[in-house]
Design a binder for this molecule. Sequence first.
Ligand SMILES: [Zn+2]
Length: 329
Amino acid sequence: MMRALAFPAVFVALVSLLSPNVYATAVRRTHQHQQPPQTLTVPEGTRLLVVAPHPDDEMLAAGGLMQRVHETGGTVRVVYLTDGDGYPEGVKQLDGHVGPPTAADFRGYGRRRRHEAEAAISRLGLDKSACTFLGFPDGGLCKLMRTYWSERRAAYRSPYTRLVRPPQSEILVPDTEYRGEDLTQELAQIIGDFRPTMILMPRKEDQHADHCAARFFVADALTDVQRVHPDFTTDVVTYIVHFNAWPFQDEGQRLDPPPGLRGGASGWLRLPLTPEETRTKRLALRRYKTQMRAMDWFLDGFVRSNEVFSRPAPFQVVLPSRRSPCCDQ
Ligand SMILES: [Zn+2]
């Protein structure tokens, strides 16, 4: 049962988070969604923060973009919201696994995926210290937006790992548990410390609930950051991974945007990759051994001659949310 009236004061936020130039660009392009994708430009010295709900999302969406930022003198940091540990089918495919997965199996699977992420990021030429793992519950993020928001109720318990808080080694803000406002605070701390000039986050239309929720938590965290640092601005760019059968209905070299989905306020933005960048992205994805075993066809579908992004219109976020647009999709 949802106790909506018991929620604390809501956050209302975020119209001005985009820098003035980006905002103006976004407005100008509102009516351009029918046009062919524009090119995403990557300024020299970009400080890129990639928000990945699970290990591998950053590589699927932006393995090329991360290389480009690195090659042009920028800095990349990836924050993984979950360890991707809530995947029973993946656990069952591990060598030597027998019987139904236990909580220890799921935790071990998460550790394995963290190591894979570090290996994949290293394959791009980045230091593995670019990876930050928050260890929030795989498959549970949308519930933190709505029901498990604050200390007014018990923290969410992962049905997989049986944990109610991240592993101690992954906690950034003391006393963090599986609550929505705790995740917002951790993200705000990362953004405030790193000061990204570009944040890459999932679109709300992504059909995986964790991806959809990630977008709301980033927006909420940006509101907190701007409250403390009023002059902070950043270029918010979005990506999508799960949307119907995209991108597997088309096996060409080029990655076209998902049919039926508009490109946000900017229209779709294309980042052409060099053959070497595409090759390196493929090799980096190979480091996700557990995921290659479970669904190599899915991962390979994102290895193309370009990546696609978009910029959102200025938006407003209210958390906690009485109805989760992510859990209910
Ligand atoms: Zn994911």
